[in-house]
Ligand binder design. Structure first.
Ligand code: SF4
Length: 265
């Protein structure tokens, strides 16, 4: 069993699933989204980053399983009181050593901790099957229905992502579909309707939809990594309101910005 790199452990997070959570950010992702909010998550190798004050730090540490579990169970009381838990994110948790990820989830479940996986869906389906019994919720990103645009902006086709989404639904997973939204690129009403039609045509059952408007908070990280920054825009608030209504009118529980309420789960 390999030990994946972790580039951040975020306690008291409220944007990665219901309630109060600790989010584990694994390093390494098979996609290369041009707007990625965590550019240090893309490489599977440790990376040096120089912050604004000129201090050099290394992104990417290994944690032995026991140490990681001990860290995550520290906030058990907060998880219980808020119906929260632990979210595995990244990077791409499903494209790490899956035996490590599975064992981590299993240990958390054994301790009564609720688990979620934040995924791009771009990984072999066998990996999803292995973690399914120990995962309460999948936060499943869908970036583009149009495959050509998906390739252009993420570097890969969306076919595996759509197939895995369908399979997860068939296998009874609880799925919150997350839609990262970039103004004038993937936020049109027609795009939303195409997603809704696809869900209907393939009988994909999702628990809820979460709209994730783009933000530019990661600009400093690109500088710190000497990576090229590309400018995108968030949809206008009035347009976001229209999109929320569109999803609600289609019968979906709809949230914004990663926040969910535990009572719905
Ligand atoms: S899937 Fe997520 S972590 Fe990977 S490149 Fe895209 S935005 Fe970044």
């Amino acid at each position: 069993m390999g030990v994946p790199l972790v580039f951040d452990l975020q306690r008291f997070s409220v944007h990665d699933g219901p309630g109060i959570r600790t989010t584990v950010f694994f390093k390494g992702c098979p996609l290369a989204c041009e707007w990625c909010h965590n550019p240090e998550s893309q490489s599977y190798l440790p990376e040096k980053m120089r912050d604004q004050d000129g201090v050099l730090r290394m992104a990417g540490e290994t944690y032995e399983l026991d140490d990681l579990v001990s860290f995550l169970e520290r906030d058990l009381l907060f998880y219980e009181q808020s119906k929260g838990g632990v979210t595995l994110s990244g990077g791409e948790p499903m494209a790490q050593d899956i035996l490590f990820i599975r064992e981590l989830l299993k240990r958390l479940k054994d301790k009564g901790i609720s688990t979620a996986i934040d995924t791009s869906g771009f990984a072999p389906y066998e990996n999803f099957q292995r973690v399914l019994p120990f995962t309460d919720l999948f936060l499943y990103d869908l970036k583009w229905m149009d495959d050509e645009k998906h390739r252009l902006f993420t570097g890969e086709s969306n076919q595996i992502i759509l197939e895995n989404l369908r399979s997860l639904s068939e296998d009874g997973a609880t799925i919150c579909l997350r839609l990262p939204l970039l103004a004038s690129l993937n936020d049109s009403i027609e795009t939303m309707q195409a997603i809704q039609q696809w869900l209907k045509d393939h009988d994909v059952k999702i628990h809820s939809v979460n709209l994730l408007p783009y933000h530019a908070h990661a600009k400093g990280k690109y500088r710190a990594l000497h990576k090229k920054w590309k400018t995108f825009k968030a949809p206008e608030p009035s347009h976001l309101e229209t999109l929320v209504k569109l999803w609600q009118n289609a019968g979906y529980r709809t949230g914004m910005g990663g926040m969910m309420t535990g009572e719905h789960l």
